[in-house]
Design a protein around this ligand. Structure first.
Ligand code: ATP
Ligand code: MG
Length: 137
């Protein structure tokens, strides 16, 4: 069993897609073991996406992430990290496979509805940035 960190991004919460996306997550066999709706601060968004700080889209990405509430989650299951990446689909919705969250709901490569951790080490870091141990049940 493995845990991954997920964000339902501002374009998803603004269109009232929290339940629809959670249904896809649960249907894929992932369990939502922690969840909260928050308004990210600029500092939190900059820390979270620090790995992308030299990229041309960094400023746009940070302002998008703080533009509306997000839902942060911890997902649990067998191979949760890889499984959730598969369920999310490619970063660019135009390249995402049928049935994936991004194919179904993403608006663009930037406003792409969901985030999921890409490796065990980043998953642990990302979970720790937003949740304390006793919030994960
Ligand atoms: P995430 O890290 O959000 O799960 P990802 O791993 O599929 O997505 P990354 O390459 O890590 O994609 O990019 C992080 C985020 O930065 C993307 O999800 C997207 O919101 C944004 N992003 C990536 N590429 C672009 C781009 N070319 N233009 C605008 N925004 C982008
Ligand atoms: Mg990424």
């Amino acid at each position: 069993i493995e845990r991954t960190f997920s964000i339902l991004k501002p374009d998803a919460t603004e269109r009232n897609l929290t339940g629809a996306i959670n249904a896809v997550i649960e249907k894929a066999g992932l369990r939502i073991v922690a969840q909260k709706r928050i308004r990210m601060t600029q500092e939190q968004a900059e820390t979270f996406y620090a790995v992308h700080k030299e990229r041309p889209f960094f400023g746009e990405l940070v302002s998008f992430m703080i533009s509306a509430p997000v839902v942060v989650q911890v997902l649990e299951g067998d191979n949760a990290i890889a499984k959730y990446r598969e369920v999310m689909g490619a970063t660019d919705p135009a390249k995402a496979a049928d049935g994936t969250i991004r194919k179904l709901y993403a608006k663009s490569v930037g406003e792409n509805s969901v985030h999921g951790s890409d490796a065990a080490e980043t998953a642990a870091q990302e979970i720790a940035q937003f949740f304390s141990g006793n919030e994960i049940v």
